[in-house]
Design a protein around this ligand. Structure first.
Ligand code: NAD
Ligand code: UD1
Length: 337
């Protein structure tokens, strides 16, 4: 019995593969390496001493599934594969809808064809949109997303709910991630964005390592304690362990369940910068710029449902997130290249 991990070579996928392998699962990865490389999975195997079965395939490729399902007994799927750059999605909505939604539809067709009925999906706190009060709870209304990337997450959630409604013997878990940062303790795997990072933590760490000159902070006039945006940063290893709990749950039979994976606490951009400076001993120069369009002032999770039903809680604090990010970035200044 194996778990099929789409997008398993990526940032969250590679950390999840480590935790799945350590928990004793067989792991099959399907990735087209559009935002990753085989090197991350080579290191996953080196860290765990276990083999991953790799398929360099696109989730939109209907023919790819015959090979994967005939060569493996797939019990459940963790579906990470997708494009995730917000700005790029505004420039290239058709490519985002094709890759993320088209790809998910092909995956679901294959699940129907080969009788695989369990899926855990990577959704995002972005589905809470701009109108809900914090902390975000799973039963709040979703939608009102501010960019095509976010809209793909909202649509895919709906597609998965409709599919489960039509097939009551399917089990679907939607995981809404808050802001994953950090890296594996070993410093061997971590986040390796292509080009200039869109997200805060990789930007900070690339300034610290000297790849970028200065951090741009998008606004210090929000209604928050220091005026900068507040987010719920979660260590990627905690997030990965959350996936192991979700796989255990989806195997027990859940219908559709939705869980926030966050810490339940928000910190500001400046607080994260200062925590990173303390952890790394490196100063991070910054300048205040105007707000980034589509940003909300504050975003953090009510993480109590995952604690109650999955027995999962984030355990690693911000200092550890920064230390682990710095170990990865300083030991791999060019990422996996
Ligand atoms: P990532 O880009 O590092 O990983 C995604 C992986 O999917 C990459 O390895 C990429 O090559 C692969 N991929 C993309 N399109 C594919 C396709 N058509 N066929 C096969 N493989 C394909 O991103 P990540 O940060 O690890 O995110 C994983 C998932 O979690 C994504 O769905 C993302 O939208 C979601 N998510 C991420 C965050 C975050 O902050 N990182 C937050 C919320 C949700
Ligand atoms: C963003 C996406 C979200 C996606 C998530 C993971 C937007 C509006 N939202 O979340 O849909 O799920 O990434 O990919 O883009 N910041 C700076 N300087 C920077 C980068 C960020 O000040 O160079 C600030 C932002 O204004 C925000 C905070 O840092 O207050 C976190 O930003 P980011 O890491 O991009 O995450 P989100 O915006 O929360």
């Amino acid at each position: 019995m194996a778990i099929l991990v789409t997008g398993g070579a990526g940032f969250i996928g590679s950390h999840t593969c480590v935790e799945l392998l350590n928990a004793g699962y067989d792991v099959v990865v399907m990735d087209n390496y559009s935002n990753s490389s085989a090197e991350s999975l080579r290191r996953v195997q080196e860290l765990t001493g276990k083999a991953v079965r790799l398929y360099e395939k696109d989730i939109r490729d209907a023919d790819a599934y015959a090979e994967i399902f005939s060569q493996n007994t797939i019990d459940s799927i963790i579906h990470f594969a997708g494009l995730k750059a917000v700005g790029e999605s505004i420039q290239m909505p058709v490519e985002y809808y094709d890759n993320n939604i088209g790809g998910t539809v092909e995956l679901l067709k294959a699940m129907q064809k080969y009788g695989c009925k369990r899926i855990v999906f990577s959704s995002s706190a972005t589905v809470y949109g701009v109108n809900n009060p914090v902390p975000f709870r799973e039963d709040m209304p979703t939608g009102g997303t501010t960019n095509p990337y976010g809209t793909t997450k909202y649509f895919i959630e709906r597609i998965l709910m409709d599919t489960q409604a039509a097939h009551p013997d399917w089990n679907v878990i939607l995981l809404r991630y808050f802001n994953p940062i950090g890296a594996h303790k070993s410093g061997r795997i971590g986040e390796d964005p292509q080009g200039i990072p869109n997200n805060l933590m990789p930007y900070i760490s690339q300034v610290a390592v000297g790849k970028l000159p200065i951090l741009h902070i998008y606004g210090n006039d929000y209604d928050t304690p220091d005026g900068t945006g507040v987010r719920d940063y979660i260590h990627v290893v905690d997030l990965a362990i959350g996936h192991v709990r979700a796989v255990e749950k989806v195997m027990q039979g859940t219908g559709v369940q939705i869980y926030n994976l966050g810490t339940g606490h928000g910190i500001s951009v400046l607080e994260l910068v200062h925590a990173f400076e303390k952890a790394s001993g490196v100063r991070v120069p910054y300048q205040i710029d105007s707000r980034r369009s589509g940003d909300i002032p504050v975003c953090y999770a009510d993480a109590s449902k995952a604690a109650r039903e999955l027995g999962w809680k984030a355990e690693r604090g911000v200092a550890e997130m920064c230390e682990d990010t710095w170990r990865w970035q300083s030991q791999n200044p060019k990422g996996y290249a």
